[in-house]
Structure formats: C-alpha cells, structure tokens
Design a protein. Structure first.
Ligand code: HEC
Ligand code: HEC
Length: 256
C-alpha cells in the first residue's frame, strides 16, 4: 500500500513538471469576444471562410483536389523555399499558387499578401486544419546545406525575438514571456503563440495575417515597421511556430 502512494506521488510530481504551460491567445480574450468566437451566426470570420471555400473550388481544386488534402501541410508553414533562399509562409504559398494559375493575379506579391482573396483562402484552410498540431521542422530528407540555411533562419528569428527595439526599447520576450497576463491598454498580453491565425481583429475591423499582427507589435513599441513579407517577419514566424510546435491550431480567431 505504501509503495502505491509513493508511486502516485511520483506520478503527480512528474505530470506537474511535464505539464505544458503554453496557452493559446484565445485564453486571454474577454468573455464577450469568446462568445462571439463561439457563435457561428455572429462570428464575422464565417463569411471569409465561405468565400475561401468558393475560391478553392474555382482556383485550386483542379490541381489539389479537396481542401482536406492540404490540411496537414497548413500546420507545417513556414518552409524554406527549394532554392534555400527564403522562407515561404502559407499566405506566400497561396500567392505563388494563384500566380501559377495564369494571369489571374497581376498584383505584386506584397500588395497581394493582405488581399481579400489570400486572406479568405487562408481562413478557409486554417479552418480545415483546426485541431491539427503545429509541426514545423527542417525537412528530414533535406540536404545539409538546406538544413544549415533553415537553422540560420531560426536563429535569426530567435535573435529578433530577444532584441530590444523602438522608442519603448522592449523586445518581444519582455512582453510575451515576461509580462504574460498583464494589461496593456485594453489588451491582456498573451504568450504570442501563433495558434489562432488569421485573426479578425476588432481594432482593424477586418481579417489580418500573422505578418500584419507582428507589424502591429513593431508599431506598438514605436520601432520602424518592417515591410509586409520581409525576411525578418518570416524569421520571427519560424521561431514562433517552432516555439509552438505540438500546440493545437484553433482555426481563424477573433481578437480585440
Ligand atoms: C496549376 C496547378 C496548381 C494550382 C492551380 C494550385 N496549386 Fe498549389 N501547388 C502546386 C504545386 C506544383 C505545388 C508544390 C509546391 C510548389 O511548387 O510550390 C503546390 C503546393 C501547394 C501547397 C503546399 C502543399 C503541400 O502539401 O506541400 C499549398 C498549401 C497550396 N499549393 C495551395 C494552393 C492554393 C490555395 C491554390 C489556389 C489559389 C493552389 N495551391 C493552386 C500546384 C498548383
Ligand atoms: C510592449 C509589449 C509588446 C511587445 C514588445 C511585443 N508585443 Fe506582441 N503583442 C502585444 C499585445 C498587447 C498584443 C495583443 C494581446 C495579445 O494577444 O498578446 C500582442 C499580440 C501579439 C501576437 C498575437 C497573439 C494572438 O494570439 O493573437 C503575436 C504573435 C505577437 N504579439 C508577437 C510579437 C513579436 C514577435 C514581437 C517582437 C517583434 C512582439 N509581439 C512584441 C504586446 C507586445
């Protein structure tokens, strides 16, 4: 009997030490916004998802079949491009594939990134991938050169995350590791896990990608804002995704 208690105590101790303390941004939403998120009749993201499903049928299904066929892959972006020169996130991949689909898109990549069609497709694809776990890694079959490049991008993202910036002179980590749960203006600071993107942000009155949210954080500390699609933003996305590896994706989400 005594040994049983010892084992039980050990088990409890271990499960506490191993417990995953990472939380999605959903946890920090007000009850009103959580209710909006959970109500399909009122949730504004529903319209974007519907539009994205229509676009998928029109622009993507001919090559990819059902959207379900790419849901695992949604959880694996950003990835290093085949030439090893840049990181490609899901929105970049959508833009590339739209451009592949003939002259349909004449817009430049960066202006297309936050376009309605790219965001709608991203919303529908993230909805299809809801419940999948983030799984971002350097491909196991990659060459040594490719793996080295991937590691370099990851280190750059980590360095950016830890570097003080802007007139406020804070790094990402000072808020998102050091001040989690604290109030900043009307927001509660989260752990910045990229589990709920794209987000419908009330302050924007529209849907936006992780790229746009990161730029908003640069603006928040009054630092020069990197252009949409820039290497720094992709390096940060890679670092955030690897930091969130194994976490469940929430699908597109409401934010304040
Ligand atoms: C003409 C064929 C074609 C069309 C149309 C097309 N794609 Fe692709 N897609 C590809 C190819 C080929 C790849 C392989 C990777 C690459 O070359 O970019 C790919 C890769 C992808 C991937 C990564 C999949 C994986 O499992 O690695 C996603 C996601 C994706 N496409 C989304 C889209 C979306 C969204 C659309 C519609 C806007 C679309 N594609 C339209 C050919 C196409
Ligand atoms: C001065 C504090 C501060 C700094 C510094 C800061 N942020 Fe934020 N960030 C916020 C606040 C406030 C929000 C909105 C509430 C939330 O989701 O945390 C936010 C939101 C986010 C989110 C969205 C989380 C979600 O679930 O919607 C991500 C991701 C993020 N920040 C990443 C970063 C990165 C990367 C950096 C550094 C380049 C950074 N932040 C710098 C305060 C900060």
């Amino acid at each position: 009997m005594k040994t049983l208690w010892v084992w039980l105590a050990l088990y409890l101790l271990c499960s506490f030490t191993w417990a995953d303390t990472r939380t999605s941004g959903h946890v920090y939403l007000s009850p009103q916004l959580q209710a909006l998120q959970d109500d399909p009749q009122r949730n504004p993201v529903a319209l974007w998802q519907e539009r994205g499903q229509g676009l998928w049928q029109a622009q993507c299904a001919s090559c990819h079949g059902a959207m379900d066929s790419v849901k695992r892959s949604v959880a694996s972006f950003p990835r290093l491009s085949a030439d090893g020169k840049s990181l490609v996130n899901l929105e970049d991949q959508i833009v590339r594939c739209q451009q592949r689909g003939a002259a349909a898109s004449q817009a430049s990549e960066s202006s297309a990134l936050e376009s309605d069609s790219v965001l709608s497709l991203s919303a529908a694809m993230h909805q299809a991938a809801k419940g999948e776990r983030i799984q971002v890694a350097s491909s196991s079959s990659a060459s040594l050169e490719h793996t080295t490049q991937w590691q370099a991008r990851l280190s750059s993202g980590e360095r950016l995350y830890q570097t003080r910036m802007g007139r406020i002179n804070l790094a990402c980590m000072h808020c998102h590791d050091g001040k989690v749960g604290a109030q900043m203006r009307a927001d509660t600071i989260s752990q910045a896990h990229p589990t709920g993107f794209p987000i419908y942000r009330m302050a924007w009155q529209t849907l936006g990608s992780l790229d746009r949210r990161l730029r908003a954080c640069y603006s928040g500390v009054q630092a020069p804002i990197p252009p949409a699609g820039s290497a720094d933003l992709r390096d940060l996305e890679l670092f955030l995704k690897v930091r969130a590896n194994g976490m469940v994706m929430d699908g597109p989400s409401i934010r304040r």
